[in-house]
Design a protein around this ligand. Structure first.
Ligand SMILES: [Mn+2]
Length: 241
């Protein structure tokens, strides 16, 4: 049997959208040994304020991921801008492996760069500054030391603020910056990039050092689930409704 590799992102799992949680659980349950690797490229959760937060569906998702890794599917998680506070306890409870913000894998012989995608949105200067602050270990330690109720309230505050901010920003600012894309492709000497975050599923072609490069943008899980599946013969998009 040929191996399959799955890529998903931007499920934004939250108590408010139980259908997406159900769809994701059904999807995990359907995976068998023909899928060797599952890569979750960020924003699996709509918010993550610490591994001790028992708000549904956190525990259910952890259990389902643990069952999947126990079945022999290797699961990787690359943090998004919503769930970058996922920590050691989550990974040890699920046996999911944490990836760095820019991770290069060998995908059936082609070096492929994996990212969440937010780092590529360099036109959104305000967000990049916010990102720098919130990725500082001291900032994170300070936040995580606060009582759970306080962290939940803070998250609520950030969510509202980010919602208001987005309204004022043009569509271009919210998308990736072409120069930033070319920059990472060059930096990692790759001809393929897979990312999510923008919720603008597409396949783009770029030219890097006079060579063609391809960029796959994953879809968010909204009214449907979406999976980019690779096998030896190529890729296909699977839609789950
Ligand atoms: Mn995102």
């Amino acid at each position: 049997m040929s191996k399959h590799v799955h890529f998903i992102s931007d499920l934004h799992l939250t108590q408010d959208r139980p259908e997406t949680t159900q769809r994701f659980l059904a999807y995990l349950d359907s995976l068998d040994s023909s899928v060797s690797y599952l890569y979750i490229l960020g924003d699996l959760f709509d918010v993550w304020v610490g591994d001790d937060d028992p708000t549904p569906p956190n525990e259910t998702i952890k259990e389902a991921l643990n069952q999947l890794t126990t079945k022999g599917v290797q699961v990787y998680f690359l943090p998004g801008n919503r769930d970058f506070l996922i920590g050691k306890e989550f990974f040890s409870a699920t046996n999911v492996i944490c990836l760095g913000d820019e991770s290069v894998i060998d995908l059936f012989g082609i070096k492929t760069l994996l990212m969440h995608g937010d780092l590529l949105c360099t036109d959104d200067v305000e967000y990049q500054q916010f990102r720098q602050v919130t990725h500082n270990p001291a900032w994170q330690q300070n936040i995580l030391s606060k009582p759970l109720q306080e962290r939940l309230a803070l998250a609520q505050h950030y969510r509202q603020e980010s919602h208001l901010n987005k309204k004022d920003k043009s569509a271009d600012i919210m998308d990736v910056n072409e120069t930033a894309v070319i920059g990472v492709l060059k930096k990692h000497h790759v001809s393929r990039l897979i990312h999510g975050h923008t919720h603008r599923p597409n396949i783009h072609m770029h030219v890097v050092n006079e060579q063609a490069a391809e960029r796959f943008v994953l879809a968010e899980w909204d009214s449907e689930g979406s999976i980019l599946e690779w096998s030896e013969t190529g890729y296909r998009i699977i839609t789950l409704s």
